[in-house]
Design a protein around this ligand. Structure first.
Ligand SMILES: Cc1cc2nc3c(=O)[nH]c(=O)nc-3n(C[C@H](O)[C@H](O)[C@H](O)COP(=O)(O)O)c2cc1C
Length: 161
């Protein structure tokens, strides 16, 4: 394995990528850096933040490198249904994992904040059961980044080496 490559918007995917790279004893590169320094076809792992169910950067990363696996980093809580949605939205053959990331509203671009505010007020109006946690995340942010979340990916990569 040559590198962990990541696409991060506000930093949590970068944090996961750096933690994973340290565990694997390989470098971590942003997608922009990797385009210059990781040769095409190398075996890599890819981590991308989720925007509207799409794993950002995955499409281009899987064209350029041989991805052993990829991880979607999002704010939703994990589950079988979420994985089905992500697999369907990203149409990839690369084994896909999920890592729960962080939402730091102060680090988002104006338009991104507006979009999340609109989703929040919709959810508040609908008052559907089970949406309370998401409403609170969209209002106050969250931080679920932790090393233990990487255990599934690490176990998978062990079987590959
Ligand atoms: C505009 C926007 C759209 C998002 N859409 C989703 C989504 O569809 N599903 C999800 O799980 N998380 C979504 N998120 C949450 C991010 O994927 C999550 O905060 C992630 O940890 C961000 O990674 P980063 O800190 O590396 O940018 C969205 C965040 C923003 C700002």
């Amino acid at each position: 394995m040559k590198a962990v490559i990541y696409e991060s918007n506000a930093g949590s995917t970068k944090k996961y990528a750096e933690m994973l790279a340290e565990k694997l004893n390989i470098p971590a590169f942003s997608l922009k850096e990797a385009k210059k320094s990781v040769p095409q076809g190398e075996e890599c792992v890819f981590l991308g933040w989720v925007f509207a169910n799409k794993v950002q950067g995955l499409k281009m990363a899987q064209k350029k490198w041989k991805l052993q696996c990829a991880a979607a980093v999002g704010m939703n809580s994990e589950g079988k249904k979420l994985m089905e949605i992500l697999k369907e939205a990203n149409k990839t053959d690369v084994p896909l994992f999920y890592l729960r990331g962080a939402l730091d509203l102060s680090r988002l671009k104006w338009l991104q904040k507006k979009l999340l505010q609109a989703i929040r007020s919709d959810l508040e109006k609908q008052k559907k059961p089970g949406t309370e946690e998401m409403i609170s995340i969209l209002r106050d942010g969250c931080d679920f980044v932790c090393e233990e979340s990487l255990s599934e990916i690490l176990a998978f990569l062990m079987t590959k080496s």
